[in-house]
Each structure stands twice: as C-alpha cells, then as structure tokens.
Design a protein around this ligand. Structure first.
Ligand code: ZN
Ligand code: ZN
Length: 360
C-alpha cells in the first residue's frame, strides 16, 4: 500500500468527521491505525483533525513508526496520552471523538484526565470501520493471497491425516503449513474437531484422537500482509455414513444458494435467508445456530455481518464469508465456509479448495 493510499484514507476520514460534526478524532484500535497509516506496531494512538495528524507511540516503535508511515510521529515516554493533552490545548478544539467500542475503561479514565477542560469527549463507533468495509483492489488481492495460502496449507496437511492423529497435532500442522507458505500467522485459533466435537461451532482442539468413520471439521484462516482469510472444510476417514452424506449435502446446497444470492445491492440478510430457506426444506434450520457470514479484512470479524434480517446493502469490494452450518449434539456438525469478494454481478470465490466431503 502506498503512502498516497494512506493519506487518501485519512482525508476520507476527515471528511466523514466533518459530516458527523466532530473537530478532532482519536483513533485507538490498532487495525484502524494500520488502515490509516500503515503502522503495524502494538502501541499507538492516532490523532486527526482537519489540519493536522499525529501518531503517538512509545520509544520501542520510534524507528519502525518513522519507517512505516508518512504521518508525523510523536514518541512518548510514560503515559501515551500526555503529549496528546498538550497538542489538544494548542489546537483549541471543542470536541474530541474517540472509539467508544475500542477503548478499555482504564484508558478512558486516563483520556478524561489528559484532555484539557472545555474539550468535550464524544463517543463514536464504527467510523473507520465504515471506510474499511469496502476494500480496494489491492486489499482484495491481499485477501486472495491469504486465501490461497490457506487452501494450499489445507491440501498439504490433509495428506498426513491418519487414524490416531490428535486434534491439536492436526491444528499445529495446519498452522505450520500456513506459515511455511507465506502467512504471518493464523488469522484466528485454528479449529479442528473430530466426531461429536464437531457439533461445537467454535471447538478448541483437544487431545482427542481421530477414529475412522467420523466427521472431521477444519476451520482455518491465514493472516498474510495484514489481511485475513477464512475457510471451513469437512473430511471423512473411511466410508461416509448415509447420515453424514445427507447432512453434508444439505449444508452444501445451502452454501451454494447463499453464494448465488451474493451481489452488490442485495441486503446482507437476504443472503442469510437463502441459506436458511434450503436448510428449512431439509428440516435442519433449527440446527443452524449462527449467522451466515461476516466481513473480514485487517481483522477476522468485520462489518457487515450476514445475519438474519440485516438490512446492510452489500457493495462491490466488500469481502465476506459464507458459512452455513448444522450442529447435532452427540453426532457432529457440518459447516462449509468460503471467503468471497462481492462484485456488481455476484461474487468471486477466493478460497479455491474443493467443498465436496473429502473422503480419505
Ligand atoms: Zn471460519
Ligand atoms: Zn468465519
């Protein structure tokens, strides 16, 4: 991403601030700071108003911050907010917006102390996130690469599946392969669940050993160049039972129907409804206990969510997951998930791995 792109994003945000009636804005979510400046460190605040900007960080990041951003960098010893107070006093603002959903209470108290009298602290939520929802072609390309890495790591790893392998060994191998193939790290804690444990949508890998003839769910994602991908696939060792085949077939049908309804201009909730309609026909809709998908990018969960009744209109350049699933206690669960980019005429599937039940 070029410095020009970052300053364009900051200019867009300043326009949004003006619309919302805020003088100044303090960005504290690291993913938002990265989006606006390119800085990837773990400690920073970004101040912005119509005429100025300053990235506050601590001495550990002095060199990195100057290398990564074209923003004015202010290195702060001690409390990171002290310098902000001085800057605000000089700027003569009336209000300072802050990210209310992204600030711990302790930071809020420090902020109250640091802000000079006469400046109102104004809570906001989702301002930068609104800009981030529509990805640039360069961002989609990063996600495409992350999704390719994820699919390649999956293909590399499934060849090593044998009876007796434990969930955490398989998860570790998936993580290792993702890193080997170019990921900085997994985009979230890799989910590997065998047999009845696959009925837990967010199962944490355990020491459970794989047996022949049971469901195996893998939900994984690579974080690459700062961007996440997300994919779920189902595997079976042995000969699939008719029940497993039926469940997998129903979920795949629901997933394809949902993919089919993704298009710019469509409401997010309409995509969710398409998946639910198919599962209702299979009498499985009451076993579909989460929403159909979520946007992703610099973070694994972004807005919009493809949830029931969600009225957000999809736009070309949004990148979302489509991941219906059904979960049956004491038997297992099936989920099939792709990462897709919304286009004006439909969507581009970014996760190339086959979605058929992979029989080994
Ligand atoms: Zn997932
Ligand atoms: Zn997901």
């Amino acid at each position: 991403m070029s410095e020009q792109e970052f300053s364009l994003r900051r200019a867009r945000l300043v326009g949004l601030l003006r619309q919302e009636g805020f003088d100044g804005f303090l960005v504290s979510a690291l993913a938002n700071i990265r989006y606006l400046t390119g800085f990837t460190g773990s400690s920073a605040f970004l101040f912005l108003d119509a005429e100025s900007e300053a990235l506050f960080t601590d001495p550990r990041y002095e060199i990195q911050a100057r290398e990564q951003t074209g923003c004015r960098v202010r290195v702060q010893r001690g409390s990171p907010l002290t310098g902000l107070g001085r800057l605000l006093a000089r700027r003569g603002l009336r209000s300072l917006a802050f990210e209310s959903a992204r600030v711990p209470h302790s930071t809020y108290l420090a902020l109250e102390k640091a802000v000079p009298a006469g400046i109102r602290l104004a809570p906001t939520a989702g301002l930068v996130e609104r800009l981030r929802a529509v990805k640039s072609p360069a961002e989609v390309e990063h996600i495409r690469n992350a999704a390719r890495t994820c699919s390649a790591a999956f293909a590399e790893t499934v060849r090593k599946i044998r009876p007796g392998i434990r969930e955490w060994d398989l998860a570790a191998e998936l993580d290792h392969q993702m890193r080997r193939l170019g990921a900085e790290r997994p985009a979230f804690d890799t989910i590997v669940a065998f047999g009845p444990r696959s009925a837990l949508p967010h199962a944490q890998p355990s020491g459970r050993a794989l047996r022949a003839n049971e469901l195996l769910l893998i939900d994984m994602g690579a974080m690459q160049a700062g961007y996440a991908s997300d994919m779920t696939r189902m595997v079976w060792l042995g000969r699939p039972s008719p029940r497993a085949r039926r469940l997998h077939g129903a979920v795949l049908e629901a997933q394809l129907a949902a993919l089919d309804s993704v298009r710019a201009g469509r409401a997010a909730g309409a995509v969710d409804a398409s998946a639910r309609r198919v599962l209702r026909r299979h009498h499985l809709d009451d076993r579909f206990i989460h929403s159909t998908g979520h946007a992703l990018g610099l973070e694994i969960h972004e807005s919009p969510r493809l949830g029931r009744g969600d009225k957000t209109r999809l736009e070309a350049g949004m990148v979302v997951t489509v991941e219906p699933g059904v979960y049956i206690e004491n038997f297992g669960g099936v989920r099939i998930e792709d990462t897709v980019a919304v286009t004006s005429s439909g969507c581009e599937i970014l996760t190339p791995a086959s979605k058929e039940l992979l029989v080994l």
